[in-house]
Design a binder for this molecule. Structure first.
Ligand code: AMP
Length: 303
């Protein structure tokens, strides 16, 4: 098992409004969130596209976290922009503006040095592009993927084709219902496992996540926080922590997977404590381990 993680997804500048404040033009996108979260556990190979406006300081930040930018294409034009506003109930948000810019023509190409990656995560992009990435890999051992309502509705055939090749699918509860046509989460999970993935992770925002496999269910809470500042990218961070932990363990057995799911929840709980990626700029590895221990205490009913 290799000790690095390869991720393909969006790199964006986000403008975010929440009930507690706002942040204009902060680094975001699924690929950025995943990569920075995973970087607390293992080296990361990033595949994405940015415009010629992408600042040197952001490149330097990503590189300082041990993230390879060899697969980050730079195209003449502007980087993807997304603007979102959260409701008082922060599980609900509206997209106010979306400018795809150079991301509109994204066609991910893996550098030669990434093609032997064994742990790969296909963050939320068009399913046929996710599939195209798979065809560039030579020795992949674990393929993870995320998707969203837009692809479930409008690109269902491509998505089903992709799912037949994916090992781990990570989606939220409403997407699970939409994909399966089942409102009950257990029935929905069973139907989705039939589509191909061996492992299904259903994210439930502030209520945590459930992992389903053929003969196994595992539940993890979200870490109880007094203040959530910005939930953007929490799901991508969850997946980043999960894949990073698997890479660090060098194994994908049941025990490693359960530990990885808890690390995913731990790292996502830090992400939401500040806007964008700001919390990670001052997060120490010792704090991650300390919260992991608090998590064990939180769910321990043996002692
Ligand atoms: P999440 O909160 O997990 O949905 O992730 C939010 C991130 O997704 C933000 O940083 C956005 O830049 C990015 N994003 C928003 N819309 C899209 C889209 N259509 N395709 C790819 N990434 C997106």
């Amino acid at each position: 098992m290799s000790s690095s993680v390869c991720v393909v997804g969006s790199v964006a500048f986000d403008t975010i409004e929440t009930p507690t404040g706002n942040a204009p033009e902060v680094l975001g996108g699924s690929c950025s969130y995943f990569s920075v979260a995973a970087s607390f556990f293992a080296p990361v190979n990033m595949v994405g596209v940015v415009g010629s406006d992408f600042p040197a300081e952001e490149r330097a930040f990503l590189e300082s976290r041990g993230i390879s930018l060899e697969g980050l294409e730079v195209v003449e034009g502007d980087t993807f922009r997304w603007t979102g506003r959260y409701h008082e109930d922060m599980n609900v948000r509206d997209t106010l503006d979306l400018q795809l810019n150079v991301f509109g023509d994204f066609n991910p190409q893996l550098p030669e040095s990434y093609r032997d990656s064994e742990l790969v995560f296909l963050a939320n992009i068009q399913p046929d592009l996710q599939d195209n990435v798979l065809s560039q890999l030579r020795s992949v051992k674990l393929i993870g993927a995320d998707t969203m309502d837009h692809w479930i509705d409008g690109h269902r055939d491509d998505l089903l084709k992709l799912l037949s090749k994916v090992d781990l699918l990570s989606i939220n509860d409403s997407e699970a219902a939409q994909l399966s046509g089942e409102k009950n989460i257990v029935k929905a999970a069973r139907a989705i496992l039939e589509m191909g993935p061996e492992t299904l992770l259903i994210k439930r925002g502030e209520y945590g996540a459930l992992q389903f496999a053929a003969d196994d269910i595992f539940a993890v809470p979200a870490f109880p926080l007094e203040t959530v500042t910005d939930p953007t990218g929490a799901g991508d961070c969850f997946a980043g922590g999960l894949f990073g932990s698997l890479a660090r363990d060098g194994a994908v057995d049941r025990k490693s997977l359960r530990r990885a799911i808890v690390y995913g929840s731990v790292i996502a709980s830090f992400a939401v404590e500040d806007f964008g990626l700001a919390r990670f700029k001052r997060l120490e590895p010792g704090e991650v381990e300390e919260r992991f221990r608090q998590f064990m205490a939180l769910t321990d009913f043996h002692s």
